[in-house]
Design a protein around this ligand. Structure first.
Ligand code: NDP
Length: 245
C-alpha cells in the first residue's frame, strides 16, 4: 500500500493540526519527507520534532498570500532537493446563514479555501512542469457535493475546489501531473472551532461529537492516492462516517 511513497517530498498546507498533521504522520511512516506549512509555527516545530527533522521541515505560512506559497515550495526544494506532491489542505468552515451577514468570515473562507488552493497550484506548478511529474491533492468536502442551510459560503468554496481541480486536471495533461480531490465527511479535528456564529457553533460541535471519525481515515486516503502507479490518477475520493447521512 505504501509503495511509491518512499522518498517522495510532500508539501502540506494546514499541517499544524487535524487532517494535515495526521497525514504528515502517515506519510513519514510510509517513507516520505514532509514540508509542513501553517501559521502556528510552534505546532509545526513540535510536529517536526515528533517526526524527526530529517523527515519533516516546518515553514510558517499564510496561504492567503501567493508569495508565501511560492516561498513554501522553494523551501521544500531547498530542504529536500525536490517537490513531488502538494497537498492544498488548509481550510476554515465558518458556517452561518447568509442572513447573519458575517461578511468578514465570508471573505476569509474564500481567501483560505479557494485562493489558498489556487496559490498552492501556482506555487508548485513550475517544478511539476519542469520535472514532468507531480501530484496535487486538493481538499474539498462532502459539503462540495451536498448543500445545507448555513453552508452557503463553505459549500461554495468546496464546490469551487472541485471545479478548479477538474479544469486543471485537463489542462495539466501535457505535463503528466496528477490531481486528486479529497472530499471527507465529518472527521475529528479542530475544524468545528472555526464555526463562530451563535447557535450554529453549538449545533456543529454536537454533530461532530456524535458523528466524527478519526483523522487517520483521511490520511489513509492520501496514502492510497499517492501509492498508485504513475499511469493511474485517482480523481476523487469521497467518504463519510458510516453514520453520517
Ligand atoms: P483544522 O482546523 O484542524 O485544521 C485547519 C488547518 O488549516 C490548520 O492547520 C490551520 O493552521 C490551517 N489554516 C487555516 N487558515 C490558514 C491560513 N490562512 N494559512 C495557512 N494555514 C491555514 O481542520 P481540518 O484538519 O479538519 O481541516 C483541513 C481541511 O479539511 C480543510 O480544508 C477543511 O475544510 C477540510 N475538511 C475537513 C472536514 C472535517 O470534518 N474535519 C470535512 C471536510 C473537509 P493555522 O491556524 O496554524 O494557520
Amino acid at each position: 500500500m505504501t509503495e511509491g511513497i518512499t522518498g517522495k517530498v510532500v508539501a502540506i498546507t494546514g499541517a499544524s493540526s487535524g487532517l494535515g498533521a495526521e497525514t504528515a504522520r502517515h506519510l513519514v511512516a510510509a517513507g516520505a519527507k514532509v514540508v509542513l506549512g501553517a501559521r502556528r509555527v510552534d505546532r509545526l516545530e513540535a510536529l517536526a520534532d515528533e517526526l524527526g527533522r530529517e523527515n519533516a521541515a516546518p515553514f510558517q505560512l499564510d496561504v492567503t498570500d501567493a508569495a508565501q506559497l511560492r516561498a513554501f515550495t522553494a523551501f521544500a526544494v531547498e530542504t529536500f532537493g525536490k517537490i513531488d506532491v502538494m497537498i492544498n489542505n488548509a481550510g476554515l468552515m465558518p458556517l452561518s446563514p447568509l442572513e447573519m451577514g458575517r461578511v468578514e468570515e465570508w471573505d476569509q473562507a474564500i481567501d483560505v479555501n479557494i485562493k489558498g488552493v489556487l496559490y498552492g497550484i501556482h506555487a508548485a506548478l513550475p517544478y511539476f512542469r519542469e520535472q514532468r511529474s507531480g501530484h496535487f491533492i486538493n481538499v474539498s468536502s462532502v459539503a462540495g457535493h451536498v448543500i445545507s442551510p448555513g453552508g452557503a459560503v463553505y459549500s461554495a468554496t468546496k464546490y469551487a475546489v472541485r471545479a478548479l481541480t477538474e479544469a486543471f486536471r485537463k489542462e495539466a495533461k501535457p505535463y503528466n501531473i496528477r490531481n486528486t480531490i479529497l472530499s471527507p465527511g465529518a472527521v475529528d479535528t479542530e475544524l468545528p472551532q472555526s464555526v463562530k456564529a451563535p447557535g450554529v457553533s453549538e449545533f456543529v460541535a454536537k454533530f461532530y461529537e456524535d458523528a466524527a471519525i478519526s483523522a487517520s481515515s483521511f490520511a489513509r486516503c492520501v496514502v492510497f492516492a499517492l501509492s498508485q502507479p504513475e499511469d493511474m490518477d485517482v480523481n476523487e475520493i469521497l467518504f463519510r462516517p458510516t453514520s453520517q447521512e
